[in-house]
Design a protein around this ligand. Structure first.
Ligand code: ADP
Ligand code: MG
Length: 198
């Protein structure tokens, strides 16, 4: 079995991510994983959205909400670094007003990267979640819940920004396709999410 992200993080000689090749791109499947989530999935994560490194996300057309370090332990101790898919929800604050629309608090498909983002030479293990929804505004500080249901691919190093963007776009399509299966869809009603009558 491949070492978990937490095990890799503990190594002094963390191996470099493999460089992404043209062969990898042309052979990418459009649906990944078994027909129903298999152990260790589902894995649930929760915590307030943190500021990340302030680079990458938005200028790649893919903002990624970061979870606090301690909240990613259930994931990082169970799986290898890589790109994952599942569902996520931003929670409505209990008090005070919010910049977001009521629709922004629904459960949406997400893609997540668990790792060191080799392209940006990150030093810290992070879990970054891109929620597949157009939000009305940023939601730093809001509580976020995520349910990780399957694995898409390893983290790769990229020789160009274009290649990275292209793979992120493919990840989004693969995640959406993979989540249309009924045994995945039913996790939108998972008890970790706050479901309000519509
Ligand atoms: P950072 O380096 O601070 O994580 P990003 O450029 O990755 O910056 O942007 C992430 C922020 O963008 C999130 O924390 C969130 O507030 C906001 N955001 C807006 N839309 C989305 C979305 N669809 N998915 C994730 N984050 C989003
Ligand atoms: Mg980010």
């Amino acid at each position: 079995m491949s070492p978990t992200a937490a095990e890799v993080a503990d190594r002094a000689d963390r191996p470099a991510a493999p460089v992404r090749t043209v062969e990898f791109r042309v052979s990418r499947p459009q649906v990944v994983g078994p027909n129903r989530p298999q152990p260790p999935f589902p894995i649930s994560l929760s915590g307030p959205v943190q500021h990340g490194f302030g680079r990458g996300g938005k200028d790649l057309g893919c903002p990624t909400a970061n979870l606090p370090d301690e909240s990613i332990i259930p994931l990082s101790t169970a799986v290898q670094p890589g790109v994952y898919y599942g569902y996520a929800q931003v929670l409505q604050p209990r008090k005070g007003s919010s910049e977001l629309f009521p629709d922004d608090f629904k459960v949406f498909p997400m893609v997540m990267s668990l790792g060191w983002n080799p392209f940006f030479k990150n030093e810290r293990l992070t879990a970054e979640i891109h929620i597949m929804h157009e939000f009305r505004s940023d939601f730093y500080g809001y509580d976020m819940r995520a349910l990780v249901l399957g694995y898409i691919r390893p983290e790769l190093d990229y020789t160009s920004r274009e290649a990275l963007i292209e793979d992120i776009e493919t990840d989004k399509v693969v995640a959406l396709n993979s989540l249309t299966r009924p045994e995945y869809q039913k996790h939108m009603q998972d008890p970790i999410f706050e479901l309000k009558p519509s």
